[in-house]
Design a protein around this ligand. Structure first.
Ligand code: NAP
Length: 258
């Protein structure tokens, strides 16, 4: 399918690997030039090379996107993106008794205030251009909260609330803002969780993966490419009537009708 976004320019945050990289690849395959960022330089350089091989431009910015400096440095390279993919690392798991005020502030900064800030910064030019696409990578935990991920549940709920309002305010300018909610996708973040699960159940990592995969109706983990392709569709010309939605991409793991 022609996504109709050839020649557009995208900012894909936190994109040297995992879901962010999957989105960058899918957008590049649709002919979109991509600006990417991550903290680890080596991995980001390699990711940029892979994107350029597709035949589009890839600009890389080594930064922590959750800082003011990171936001400024990225926007210096791409002040007026047509497409914004908001992403950052997720907060660590834990338990309600031990989370401190600083833990909450850090999660809120990474997974709520940073994406909100970027949305605020890119919207004026999207409004002027009468076209824009924003996809926020959040989590299935927004719809079905995971107790150990309370920091994530809290911060992402705030972003989801903001998006619900602003997406409807700017829809008349040809701007579509939505959230993509991953379930379990085979990335390094999930590998870390699998290791923890294996240790706590005293089983091998392979057994932990198998156990988790069985809890997903599709019977397997998702991958970053299929996640990226859905994200690219949400950035396409065809997505102009999809506004303020929370699209769950989880192989059916959340058992809910709506
Ligand atoms: P991942 O495989 O660990 O990749 C994270 C990417 O983000 C890397 O490129 C990393 O590079 C970059 N990054 C992290 N923190 C950053 C920062 N502060 N500034 C700039 N770049 C940063 O993680 P993932 O699985 O793709 O997850 C992406 C997001 O989706 C996370 O918020 C995660 O909680 C959420 N999520 C994922 C799943 C899943 O199944 N994978 C499920 C639910 C929610 P550097 O480390 O070099 O910065």
């Amino acid at each position: 399918m022609d996504l109709g976004i050839l020649g557009k320019k995208a900012l894909v945050c936190a994109s040297s690997k995992g879901l962010g990289f999957g989105c960058a690849v899918a957008l590049a395959n649709a002919g979109v030039d991509v600006t990417m960022c991550a903290r680890n330089e080596g991995q980001l350089i390699e990711a940029g090379k892979k994107i350029r091989k597709v035949g589009v431009q890839a600009t890389i910015v080594v930064c922590d996107i959750t800082t003011q400096d990171g936001v400024e440095r990225v926007l210096e390279k791409i002040p007026n993106p047509d497409i914004l993919i908001n992403n950052a690392g997720g907060p660590p798991p834990g338990s309600w008794e031990t989370w401190t005020n600083d833990d909450f502030l850090s999660a809120i900064q990474s997974n709520m205030l940073t994406p909100i800030k970027l949305i605020q910064r890119v919207l004026p030019s999207m409004i002027e251009n009468r076209w824009g696409r924003i996809v926020n990578i959040t989590s299935g935990a927004v719809k079905a909260p995971i107790p150990a991920l309370g920091l994530s549940n809290t911060a992402r709920a705030g972003l989801t609330g903001f998006v619900a309002g602003v997406s409807r305010q700017v829809a008349k300018y040809g701007i579509s803002i939505n959230n993509a909610l991953p379930g379990v996708h085979d990335t390094d973040r999930i590998k870390g969780f699998d290791e923890t699960m294996a240790k706590s159940l005293n089983i091998s990592i392979e057994e932990a993966r198998e156990k988790k995969a069985l809890s997903i109706p599709v019977g397997r983990y998702g991958d970053a490419d299929e996640f990226g392709n859905i994200c690219a569709f949400l950035c396409s010309q065809h997505a102009s009537f999809i506004i303020g939605q929370n699209i769950v991409i989880d192989g059916g793991a959340i058992n809910a009708t709506i």
